[in-house]
Structures are given as structure tokens and as C-alpha cells.
Design a binder for this molecule. Structure first.
Ligand code: SF4
Length: 368
């Protein structure tokens, strides 16, 4: 079906900036108290106690770097138990976070689903700000912390709640689907959310011949190629995935015709045309586990290839990957700061959170 691109704002506005609360000043710090900063030393005890964790990442993290990470890993895991906190980490987090301190890992949909089951009072979200907001929306009674609230996203920054209200005026009666890579303000204005795992299913669940899909123009195009539903797309883009090109992938294919290429649907159409498989980060991981290709180009954020490589060392990853600067704002020292000082707490206006929850829960509760 034809795809109508709206006049959107300039793609890749600056990421949303959040001013961190001073240590100890947040409601979370008053409620749970501030802990003393643990001693961070590398010695034989730390080496012994963290050896099993280094085993998980030894193929992707050089031994010379582990003495820097290990004291943080030990301190974070101890403090996490003391605080009864849980760490949710996105697939794009670095291997020492993903493999050594996270309790649950996954893509946006898996983390959103996990957030609804969490029993702990404190959630530390290792990902970008919209992910932490989604956890807070689903857990209004819990304390949700993000180690660096400046971790934004070019997609989330490309559209506001006011933009969605203008779309409603322009296309009355047309249902609006928002990719989860949006702010709470935007989620509050739409009919339902989706992730890259379930975008097609969500669009078709609405029973409408036309749907507004925002903010990712490339995911919208990908969905439009799979459905008869007419898609009206916002012109946002992921600054990481839109930089890949079909030309660079063709060069890899020419150099080794047996190479396998898998890509995320946030990539432009000429990239997806070169891919042997297109899917969400969780879909790509499942594909690699099942197919075990000899040589693989994984067209997405760099840390994901590292994390899959740590699990499957027999697969050779040929890397034309791009780093997400926002995901990389989350580091072990900042996670430790979060748990020591109870910062930075995610706070959402109750009325916006209630409205946004309806859109997220409608997605989470979709069958299949
Ligand atoms: S990889 Fe792209 S979509 Fe994901 S957080 Fe970074 S900018 Fe946003």
C-alpha cells in the first residue's frame, strides 16, 4: 500500500536533556536512604568472587580490562541485593552490564513485559530514558531509577504530545500507533504502542484500513510492505540505524557470498533489501541461536553483536555496526551511583502516566 510521509520536524532533534537531581535530594533518597560508597579495589578476593562472571564475557572483554570492571560489578551486585533492587538491561548495553549485573535482559517489549512482573521495590533501568519511563508507567508504585537521565533517543526526541494532538485534528478517526521509542507525553496521546517485535500485529489488530504510525518512518515503511493497511508515517528516524546503507552490505556479500546478513527494521529499505532476515533485537538473537551461521553481519548497535558473540563464540561477527551514544551513557560507575544515592528517579505526571498506561497495557496484553 502507498505510504504517505507527513511533514515531520527535522529528524534527529537534540536528545531530551534531563537535569540530574543532586545526590540525596530525591524522594527515593529520602525514602530508601543513601548508602556509603563501597570501596572499589582490585585484589585476590575480588578476582575470585567475580571469576565466574568474567567467564561469560572473556571472548569480548580483554583480561586486561577486567580489573577495572570487576570492583564495580561486585559492588553493584552486593548493593542490588541489599536494596532488593532489580536491574533491567536492554540488548544494546555493554557486555559487562548485560552479562554481569543485569537480572533481566531483552528488547523493549521483553523489558516492558518483565517490568509488569517485577516484585522488587526498586527498578534500575539500564537503557534509554523512554524505557525507564515505560517501566515507571507500568509500575507507578515502584521506584524507577535511570543511571543517566540524559540517555535520550533520536526517535523519542522527534515528536511531542502536541504533535500527536495536531495529527488527530488532521486525520480525525484514524487510529494512532506509537512505537515504544516515544516519551510518556506521546504515549498518553495515542491509541496503542508497539515495538519492532509486534508492530505488524498491533497495526492489524486495530481493524482499520488506515493507521497513523509514529515516529519511525523506516519501521513504518517496513510494516507497510507487509500489510494491506494504509500507513501514514511520521518522519522520525533512529540516528544509529539510518546510517547503514545497502551499498556497504553488498560489498560484504561480494567479498563472501556465504555471509549471512540480518538487520533491524529501523534501517532504511535498501538495507533491508540486502538482509537474509529482518527482525527486532530479540528476533535477531533468536535467529542466530537457531541458525548458527558461520559468518554474520548483524546490522544494528555494536554492543548487541558483542553480547551475542559472548554467548556464541563459534559465530564470526563481521561488524559494520554503529554505536548508540545514548545507550553508551549508561556505565558501571553510574549504575553504582544510582544504587548508592538512589538517583536518578523517573517521575511522570500522574495524569499523563495513567493515559500512557492504557496505550502500553493495550500492547502488552495483545495475545500471541
Ligand atoms: S539505537 Fe536508535 S532507537 Fe535505539 S536508543 Fe539509540 S537512537 Fe534510539
Amino acid at each position: 500500500m502507498p505510504l504517505l510521509d507527513l511533514q515531520g520536524p527535522v529528524v534527529n532533534r537534540a536528545p531530551i536533556a534531563h537535569v540530574p537531581a543532586p545526590a540525596g535530594s530525591s524522594a527515593a533518597a529520602r525514602k530508601f536512604g543513601v548508602k556509603p560508597m563501597p570501596e572499589l579495589v582490585w585484589n585476590e578476593d575480588v578476582a575470585r568472587e567475580t571469576a565466574h562472571l568474567y567467564e561469560r564475557i572473556k571472548t569480548v572483554v580483554p583480561a586486561v580490562e577486567w580489573p577495572v570492571f570487576a570492583p564495580y560489578v561486585k559492588a553493584i551486585n552486593e548493593l542490588k541485593r541489599e536494596r532488593n533492587a532489580v536491574i533491567l538491561a536492554h540488548n544494546y548495553q555493554t557486555p559487562e552490564i548485560y552479562n554481569c549485573v543485569a537480572d533481566f535482559v531483552g528488547d523493549s517489549l521483553q523489558l516492558a513485559r518483565e517490568a509488569t512482573k517485577v516484585k522488587s521495590e526498586i527498578i534500575v533501568q539500564c537503557g534509554v530514558h523512554f524505557m525507564a519511563e515505560t517501566s515507571k508507567i507500568l509500575n507507578p508504585e515502584k521506584t524507577v531509577l535511570i543511571p543517566d537521565s540524559r540517555a535520550g533517543c533520536s526517535l523519542a526526541a522527534s515528536i511531542t504530545g502536541e504533535d500527536v494532538r495536531l495529527l488527530r485534528d488532521r486525520f480525525p478517526g484514524v487510529p494512532i500507533v506509537a512505537y515504544v521509542n516515544t516519551s510518556a507525553d506521546v504515549k498518553a496521546e495515542v491509541d496503542i504502542c508497539c515495538t519492532s517485535s509486534n508492530a505488524l500485529e498491533v497495526v492489524e489488530s486495530l481493524g482499520s484500513d488506515t493507521v497513523i504510525f509514529l515516529p519511525d518512518q523506516y519501521l513504518a515503511k517496513y510494516v507497510a510492505s507487509l500489510t494491506k493497511v494504509k500507513i501514514i508515517a511520521w518522519k522520525g528516524a533512529c540516528e544509529v540505524h539510518e546510517r547503514f546503507t545497502g551499498d556497504e552490505l553488498r560489498l560484504y556479500r561480494e567479498s563472501d557470498p556465504s555471509i549471512q546478513i540480518i538487520a533491524h527494521p529501523e534501517c532504511p529499505p535498501d538495507v533491508l533489501a540486502e538482509a537474509d532476515y529482518t527482525g527486532s533485537t530479540a528476533g535477531m538473537i533468536d535467529w542466530v541461536r537457531k541458525k548458527r551461521p558461520k559468518r554474520l553481519v548483524m546490522v544494528t548497535e555494536c554492543s548487541m553483536a558483542d553480547n551475542v558473540q559472548a554467548e556464541l563464540p563459534d559465530v564470526e561477527f563481521v561488524r559494520p555496526c554503529n554505536l548508540c551514544p545514548h545507550m553508551k551513557r549508561i556505565t558501571l560507575p553510574k549504575i553504582l551511583d544510582s544504587l548508592v544515592y538512589m538517583k536518578e528517579e523517573v517521575v511522570i505526571d500522574a495524569m499523563i502516566a495513567d493515559k500512557a498506561r492504557r496505550s502500553v497495557e493495550r500492547m502488552v496484553n495483545l495475545k500471541n
